[in-house]
Design a protein around this ligand. Structure first.
Ligand SMILES: Nc1ncnc2c1ncn2[C@@H]1O[C@H](COP(=O)(O)OP(=O)(O)O)[C@@H](O)[C@H]1O
Ligand SMILES: [Mg+2]
Length: 271
């Protein structure tokens, strides 16, 4: 089977359920739209926000969409996608992203990062937006380092916005004793929930429409089974939907029915 033959069979102009959608092509279900509105608020307030959600819930997609939507508000995004680099490397990356030459020792690096963030705002008029993705992987020293960056007197406004994005364990981690000070500074806590059954149905239709099919391609019971198995998490919906499409194609079916979807579920869940 080639993907070209599958596309021709179903009259698709491109492979559906692809990962790299432009921000304007995203599906605007409630959780996604809410997340964007809150992240935007957090950035405009230069506040500290914590966005959590299960794997594949659409956190990274929502953050990127929100940041894209900020233009032309002057801001400088510092996106750190892999916190396992450690505390020193995190602060190093912040200084380097703002055009500085990072100092070698942690004791001087933290104030240098704080200064660089303040200067970007005060002298260049740009709000730095520090995004730490997969933040549930941050170790204690890193969270402590972030706490120190946000450590300014209560009366003055923070010069930068900070978004910690991660899996649900992140919330528990931040609440732990020593980090209570960080916990108190969190202005936004948002959990990105999965899609509801009608939203999953709309999501499937949306992706298919982007690939050129606006009529029914997935039966109602196939759609229901995809929702049930994925629990409405977008990434899982994508994976199941493409497998179900392949199964229906292999069985030479005109639409993706429940039995094709069952075959896909068996395949995806046995991995
Ligand atoms: N609003 C959306 N519209 C279209 N696709 C989405 C949307 N949200 C998530 N996705 C899809 O789900 C996948 C997983 O989203 P992602 O943001 O990477 O999840 P997370 O960061 O929560 O693990 C993305 O690659 C994308 O294909
Ligand atoms: Mg992510």
């Amino acid at each position: 089977m080639t993907i070209e033959r599958l596309q021709a069979h179903y009259g698709l102009t491109r492979t559906p359920f692809g990962r790299d959608l432009a921000p304007g092509m995203l599906h605007r279900h409630t959780a996604h739209a809410e997340a964007i509105a809150r992240i935007t608020w957090c950035v405009n307030e230069r506040a500290l926000g914590v966005i959590t959600g299960e794997v594949g819930a659409g956190k990274t997609v929502a953050v990127r969409a929100a940041l894209t939507g900020l233009d032309p508000t002057p801001h400088t995004t510092i996106y750190l996608g892999n916190p396992t680099i450690g505390a020193r490397a995190t602060h190093h990356a912040i200084v380097a992203a703002l055009g500085g030459v990072p100092k070698p020792h942690m004791a001087t690096l933290i104030p240098q990062a704080a200064d660089a963030l303040a200067t970007e705002q005060a002298e260049r008029g740009r709000t730095p937006v520090l995004v730490i993705d997969e933040a549930h992987l941050l170790d204690h020293a890193q969270l402590e380092g972030i706490r120190m960056l946000t450590n300014q007197d209560m009366d003055s406004r923070s010069p930068f916005a900070c978004l910690l994005v991660g899996q649900p364990t992140l919330r528990r981690k931040i609440r732990l004793g020593v980090l209570a000070a960080l916990d108190q500074r969190i202005a936004l806590r948002y959990t990105l929930h999965p899609m509801t059954p009608p939203e999953t149905a709309g999501y499937l239709k949306h992706h298919l429409a982007l690939a050129g099919r606006t009529d029914t391609l997935f039966s109602d019971d196939a759609t229901a089974l995809i929702h049930q198995t994925s629990r409405g998490l977008p990434r899982a919906v994508n994976n199941l939907a493409i497998q179900a499409l392949v199964a229906a194609f292999t069985a030479d079916k005109a639409i993706v029915d429940e039995s094709a979807t069952r075959a896909a579920v068996a395949e995806v869940t046995s991995e």
